[in-house]
Design a protein. Sequence first.
Length: 639
Amino acid sequence: MTSRRSGVAPRVSADEASTLSTLRGLWPFIWPHDRADLKVRVGLALIALVIAKIVTVISPYFFKWATDALAGEGGLSGDGLVPGWLLAPVMLVIAYNVARVLFVGFNQLRDALFARVGQHAVRQLAFLTFRHLHLLSLRFHLQRKTGGLSRVIERGVKGIENIVRFTILNGIPTIFEFAIMAGVIWYQFGFSYVVVVAVMIVAYTWFTVQTSNWRIGIRREMNASDTDANSKAIDSLLNFETVKYFGNEEMEARRFDRSMADYEVAATRTWTSLAWLNFGQAFILAIGTGICMVFSAQAVMAGTQTLGDFVLINALLLQLSIPLNFIGFLYREIRQGLTDLEAMFDLLAEPAEITDAPDAAPLAVKGGTLRFEDVHFHYDADRPILKGISFEVPAGETVAIVGPSGAGKSTISRLLFRFYDVTGGRVTIDGQDLRSVTQHSLRQATGMVPQDTVLFNDTIAYNIRYGRPTASDEEVREAARMAQIADFIETLPEGFDTEVGERGLKLSGGEKQRVAIARTILKAPPILILDEATSALDTHTEREIQTALDQVSRNRTTVVIAHRLSTVVNAETILVLEKGEIVERGRHQELLAAGGLYASMWARQQEATEAEERLRAVTEADDGYIVRGPRAGEEVPAE
């Protein structure tokens, strides 16, 4: 279990971990060393718990005394236990009900006092899990499904709450209540009653454990089906537009329904097995209670017990059935909680692929010179991506990396951010190996404008300020102005407070890119990576955004990973990457003159650009009309 101090998350599973070991792992969160107020609450809750259990055992005696008083047995002395005037039937009935109210009241007080303690533990463990997820590698997140991951955390947090609440607040007190109840029955009725009750408890517990263990497998199947259905639902909703483009709503619904059908089967088995469990528990309780009642009835007829004793044993056994029923529920909830926690603990046990070295120091950027020295890298050992590439980006200069798809261009940006570590060679900034500096300082010094900008479902201001959360409103507006998006934002009814929607889909591609540029401007990093930042845009929008990119990269060490070569003609050096190797390098004119891969790529793109410009000219200039608008073919007067 991870703790804030150690940061270590040993693997715990439902099959391997006992309740005791789970409690040991949870105890630092329930009894935090730095929270005296929570310790006081735990102490007060335990006091309320003990009082409630004592009242629970005493209350049936008022029932016995009231019955004896009504039956005219026992006289006014009440066996010498209480003054005679308190044995009036009405007073005893009132006392019995007051005791029941006190029992409920102290139990609720216990829950109220412990609520903050339990929720603190839930919050801390949820926080550690969420934080750990952000420490895991990009490789891990590319292999996971967001919907399934969120479901695992949701169930895990609920499982933590159940284990904390049921074990601490109910498990230990129930054992305490059993001990008191056994002593009372032995004192009041004799050892034979205790034997019957003990056998009943053992049989009840054995049956509950065996049946619950059987149900755990069913629960796992239900969880797996639920996770799969949730993953498919979220994946489908995230790709809402794609579903609409292809008219596959019915296909998506059937795909989701197939997952829900598996969930239906598993959930039905869960409830059916619960019915059998409840029936078996009731049957065992009925046999044990019946035997004790027969013993007492025979004793009443023999004159060795009073009618009140007969009522007392019944009340005590009914009182005992409550914690017994709860023991079954308690065991089920703890086991199911452990099952739900299993996947969450697996996440906590998942090792971070990229970690800081023990002696890692913050990156000290003096000029920002970037070097790749004989770098090799592969995602899979059988398929190398980079094959010994070496280059240097001098401080304040721009180096462009171009090449066909699959050449390894974007992999370079991921290595620069240390999403992965190189498998050979090294990457340095001002002579410092990226593996020897802290990840946080590296990423603080590096800015990124990606090809596919994904925004948070929040306001434009929030998304721009994400580059530097402490920035003022004026700095956010200035960054937007430099990114040439301020005028557009001002035209919106809510301005910078406009919500951008899920993944920023309320904005166009060009608008999202400008927000990404503004975000990077606000961050003001000394090293900048532009990873095909304009490849998804049309030529006209690309030219507008290129001006903003030129401004943000001025006087910064910049790596431009480009698909469109027109965006890199002014770079000091252009590297041409093919199949993980640098096959050409030089300035734009030098590479054109060489007549190699770069020249052929340039020729193809120029042909495509000229064709696009001719089509645009024909579309826009026909008797002063432009073909555009909400419907294809609608003519709108040109401005």
